[in-house]
Design a binder for this molecule. Structure first.
Ligand code: 5GP
Length: 185
């Protein structure tokens, strides 16, 4: 997606260890018009799949996911990183964050995900694929079907797409901006 790629080239900043800083339009300050366009493009790319719910992980996936939900008029569920006292039984998975170099749990209430659900997952980045694998795990626990996984930015050199395919070959993966190599950025 031309618009996102040129914004990355203009305002993105590559850090040691292959971390791309996009704090001025995705991760800290958010450009809602760009996020809207990204959400619309992701929906277009998954228009051949039928889904009834959009899933993401807090916090940076929420902006594009909620705009996709707004356009498609579908509910948006975000996996929480901390369990509120009022949450009942929940599906959960442990995810390794390479940007923070730690493990964290994500959970989704059993009330919000079931075997009837067909899911479009949306997130800001696809790197090694750990977050995506956590979501695949949670959906398996619920018996939900993942129709697709859409990302704003994929860092191809970290092979997340391969990790997803190895875990579930039926999941369609789409990314709007693909960074081929951290050297080439
Ligand atoms: P993965 O689980 O695929 O290794 O990484 C995906 C998650 O890590 C994303 O949800 C995102 O929050 C974070 N992440 C991965 N790579 C980057 C990056 O280069 N820049 C930023 N800002 N976040 C990243």
């Amino acid at each position: 997606m031309e618009k996102l790629m040129s914004r990355i080239l203009q305002d993105g900043d590559i850090h040691l260890g292959g971390v791309l800083k996009v704090d001025t339009f995705i991760n800290h300050q958010i450009d809602p018009v760009l996020m809207y366009d990204c959400a619309a493009e992701l929906l277009e790319r998954f228009s051949n799949r039928k889904f009834n719910k959009i899933l993401t992980i807090e916090s940076s996936g929420i902006a594009p996911a909620i705009l996709a939900g707004y356009i498609a008029k579908l509910p948006v569920v975000f996996a929480k990183k901390a369990k509120p006292v009022c949450m009942g039984q929940a599906y959960s998975a442990t995810i390794h964050s390479f940007t923070k170099d730690n493990d964290y749990n994500v959970m989704i209430s059993e009330e919000l995900l079931s075997a009837d659900d067909h899911i479009l997952f949306i997130d800001d980045f696809l790197a090694y694929g750990d977050a995506a694998l956590g979501v695949i795990d949670i959906c398996r626990q619920a018996g939900a079907t993942i129709e697709g996984m859409g990302f704003l930015i994929e860092k191809k050199f970290q092979n997340g797409r391969y990790a997803i395919g190895k875990s579930d070959a039926s999941v369609k993966v789409e990314s709007l901006a693909i960074i081929e190599s951290h050297l080439g950025f």
